[in-house]
Design a protein around this ligand. Sequence first.
Ligand SMILES: CC(C)(COP(=O)(O)OP(=O)(O)OC[C@H]1O[C@@H](n2cnc3c(N)ncnc32)[C@H](O)[C@@H]1OP(=O)(O)O)[C@@H](O)C(=O)NCCC(=O)NCCS
Length: 148
Amino acid sequence: MKIILREMTKEDIKEVLEIEKATFSSPWSEDSFQKEIVENVLAMYIVAEVDNKIAGYGGLWKILDEGHITNIAVQKDSRGKGIGDAIVMGIVDYCEKNRIPNITLEVRESNTVARSLYKKHGFIDAGKRPGYYSDTKEDAIIMWRKRS
Ligand SMILES: CC(C)(COP(=O)(O)OP(=O)(O)OC[C@H]1O[C@@H](n2cnc3c(N)ncnc32)[C@H](O)[C@@H]1OP(=O)(O)O)[C@@H](O)C(=O)NCCC(=O)NCCS
């Protein structure tokens, strides 16, 4: 299976939204993605394509020397095939090329799949934000990947 990574454009938003809506209980709106891609100069989003279809995406905010991963999702039928891996590697690679040594994110405490994915790529647990997720009041685990 060939996975192609490239930067997200506004033409990708409709396809990305389908994955977003099927994945998250409080999905971002089309307008939010538009603002991120078109207006937010601090944002960088990548998509992973398989057979010319978007199978996943991930995003980053660049704040000085820190990268903040905003979201990562893979289409349900395409999970477990290395696409999440490729997206995280793409984001880490982008940060390394753009002199962003440290990357952080928040993840639901119960999301063992995503926590395992991030851990595999050098992120470590660094704290907790109690009740961070407004829908379920679940705690967020804060993870950091720091270049040594
Ligand atoms: C998290 C997510 C992006 C992973 O994408 P994926 O393409 O399925 O992941 P991959 O196949 O590339 O697997 C990469 C790693 O993720 C972890 N992982 C993937 N599936 C897993 C599973 N079923 N159980 C435990 N760990 C798993 C493993 O660490 C795996 O590495 P390994 O294969 O060497 O064990 C995907 O499950 C998803 O979209 N989940 C819903 C959205 C979400 O939770 N996003 C993160 C929000 S912070």
